[in-house]
Write a protein that binds this ligand. Structure first.
Ligand code: UDP
Length: 474
């Protein structure tokens, strides 16, 4: 009986409390629970409040209440992230994420102590913390838990970060456009241009990314790393990671049957645009979104808007919160919304998967956030890439140079409206090569998720290895 209890893993999942991390963590929780795990999912008071507000959640705002009713053992808790509820986390993301390493850690520690003392059934055996937390190994050690780090970006980015010493010794670290020579010395990465490195490695002032480096140092201490990526898409970098640490590519971690999804993770209210999309012909609408954070300059937005006007494309543009300069809300060119009223929608937020999977959508102008890339592949939508920061720069290389499922919006620092219009034309043309490639890529990804595919096998292997590790600890 005791042995049985120990064999049923009880994992505590703690995402970085930002949309791009909550989404894959939520679906990971569902996946693991459907494989027999007990899950305690730790949200924050702030994410809870945003989710409840945006979705009029019942059942005390528990996003998993439907899953629980269907028999999955997912427990939901919320703790303070250490910031006042009124603090604008999206607009001040760097300050927010760095702040999490201090007070949030103490709240996590308290929470786990109480959980352990409350003698959960089955007992807590493992922590699955976001690789962007600095304290995973400390907490796992303190409570004798198996330490799993969940990497929500591509393996290529993790490989680069694990080889920062090489970038330093070759003068590419913090080079910020000073060296243009191709980098060929990172194991598993045949060639990468300095400008395609994650921004943390390019920043002229590396101290600004100190937090990320601490996280990477901590992730290297994990018993296991699970990655939201696909073995066949990044096989050489994954092999290199596996030489260093048990790494399992188990992606893409997406909600199954998401058009009828019973679990919504939106932190902002999303309207349903299906009726509007239904009025458009197949493949004619461009979906435009730069993710969940404030990341665009006024100049970029203006050039994109002018490019849209020139192209005459139909579009849904998720915009309002992406503007870097706070207070500037009326940033579109005068008359833009009136001029495009018959063919375009500018919206504050949407359920991206529902939009991307609509047959009318034929292209995605994206900042190349990793979730957006995976979702676009899954929905067979080719991309126009406009990366801004962090892993997005490397993700662009994978999309455009390696998999050939997208085009570049910018070469160099600036974008021009004519270039925007030209690229929209390229990606929206029905017979383009990128469309065929993205269909093939989706097929690969779908196969890997099947029973015999690598993602499913890796997930099962991870579960088996984890159970063995739990037994060793008891
Ligand atoms: N998203 C959404 N509605 C929107 C914009 C984004 O649901 O209007 C979701 C999107 O589906 C993705 C996540 O928010 O899962 C954004 O993650 P990503 O890694 O693409 O970018 P980030 O916001 O982290 O920069």
């Amino acid at each position: 009986m005791e042995l049985k209890k120990h064999l049923q893993p009880h994992a505590v999942l703690i995402p970085l409390p930002l949309q791009g991390h909550i989404n894959p963590f939520t679906h990971l929780a569902m996946k693991l629970a459907s494989k027999g795990f007990t899950i305690t999912f730790v949200g924050t008071e702030s994410t809870h409040q945003q989710m409840a507000k945006s979705q009029s959640l019942k059942d005390d705002g528990n996003p998993f209440s439907h899953a629980q009713k269907s028999g999955l053992d997912i427990r939901y808790a919320k703790i303070s992230d250490g910031f006042p509820l009124s603090f604008d986390r999206r607009a001040n993301v760097r300050q927010f994420v760095e702040g999490l390493s201090h007070v949030f850690q103490a709240h996590v520690d308290d929470f786990l102590e109480n959980l352990v003392l409350s003698k959960q059934n089955p007992p807590i055996s493992c922590i699955i913390a976001d690789s962007f937390h600095v304290w995973g190994s400390m907490i796992a050690k303190k409570y004798n838990l198996v330490n799993v780090s969940f990497w929500t970006e591509p393996a290529t980015v993790l490989t680069v970060l694990y080889h920062m010493d090489l970038l330093k010794s070759n003068g590419h670290f913090g080079c910020h456009g000073k060296h243009e020579d191709t980098i060929r010395y990172i194991p598993g990465i045949q060639a990468i241009q300095p400008e395609d490195l994650p921004s943390y490695c390019q920043d002229a002032d590396p101290s600004s990314s100190k937090y990320v480096f601490k996280c990477i140092e901590d992730a290297q201490k994990a018993d296991f790393v699970i990655g939201n990526t696909v073995q066949e898409l990044e096989s050489s970098t994954i092999s290199i990671l596996q030489e260093q640490q048990p790494f399992y590519a188990i992606g893409p971690i997406l909600p199954t049957n998401f058009t009828k999804s019973t679990i919504s993770t939106n932190l902002l209210p999303a309207s349903d645009y299906t009726d509007w999309l239904n009025t458009k012909q197949d493949g004619t609408v461009l979906y435009i979104s730069f993710g969940s954070l404030a990341n665009l300059s006024k100049q970029d937005i203006l050039e994109i808007a002018q490019g849209i006007l020139i192209s005459k494309v139909s579009f849904i543009w998720v915009l309002r919160h992406n503007i870097l300069v706070s207070g500037e809300r009326d940033i579109l060119p005068l008359g833009f919304e009136e001029e495009t009223a018959d063919r375009g929608l500018v919206v504050p937020w949407c359920s991206q998967l529902a939009v991307l999977s609509h047959p009318s959508v034929g292209g995605f102008l994206t900042h190349c956030g990793w979730n957006s890339v995976l979702e676009s592949i899954w929905c067979e939508v080719p991309m126009i890439c406009f990366p801004v920061t962090s892993d997005q720069l490397t993700n662009r290389k994978l999309v455009v140079d390696d998999w050939r499922i997208g085009v570049n919006l910018r070469t160099g620092r600036l974008i021009r409206r004519e270039g925007v219009a030209e690229n929209i034309g390229k990606i929206m043309s029905r017979s383009n090569e990128m469309k065929k490639n993205v269909e093939k890529t989706r097929m690969i990804v779908q196969n890997e998720l099947s029973d015999e595919g690598s993602s499913e096998k890796n997930l099962n292997q991870f579960i088996e290895d984890m159970k063995n590790k739990i037994l060793q600890k008891n």
